[in-house]
Design a protein around this ligand. Sequence first.
Ligand code: 6PG
Length: 241
Amino acid sequence: SAAVTSVLPDRETLATHVAEWLVDEIARSTGPFSIALSGGSTPRPLFERLAEPARAARIDWSRVHLFWGDERFVPHDHPDSNYLMARRAMIDHVPIPPGNVHPVPTHGSPEEAARDYARTLRDFYQGERINPTAPLFNVNLLGMGGDGHTASLFPGSLALSERDDWVVAVIGEKPEPRITLTLPVLASAASVVFMVEGASKQEPLARARAGDPSVPAGLVWSDGQLIWFLDEAVAGGKIDP
Ligand code: 6PG
């Protein structure tokens, strides 16, 4: 699928642009609208904008289903939890039905959590195998780390080659175990959306956009469209054609 790129002047206008894009996507859809959320710091201003009353009122939250592309294996009230960040920035401030929020379980063992979440995803998908012509998500929102990682797929990780399991536990690659969707599931979206900002990520971003396989974000594909929402600092000021 061809990639689409939008370059915004800065982090704030980037967050507003992506928020407005999402509002439009949801408004143009019918039925359930599923979004896989990324964690870290980049999406926080996006979540905050989606919860701003004037904008939140333009979203039919009863149709929105929230999932996570990855999660730290910590309690849901732990400061490192991607779920907690999304709750504080957005979920606690919008009328989304609790049953529409599908956090990664973080009790038991990381392996059990990965299995449980794969079941959650399959139940929502109503299928056991990904069909590339029938995306699981409407939108899969991804960030990218300074090392080019995305979700919790880190450079050189065995998880990058997983093509059958939908969700895997990543142990020992970060201080906390991670639970991450695998590449075929991250690709299973009508729109795979990267949101990346900051000059520090210029080099890994350029490699990712060139499809450099040594950069996890460069291995990501989309069964639908692939969109790069960037700020000028990371895009090197170049406004892509
Ligand atoms: C996570 C994220 C991760 C994130 C990158 C970028 O769990 O940390 O899902 O993949 O997108 O680490 O993080 P920043 O946005 O904080 O730079």
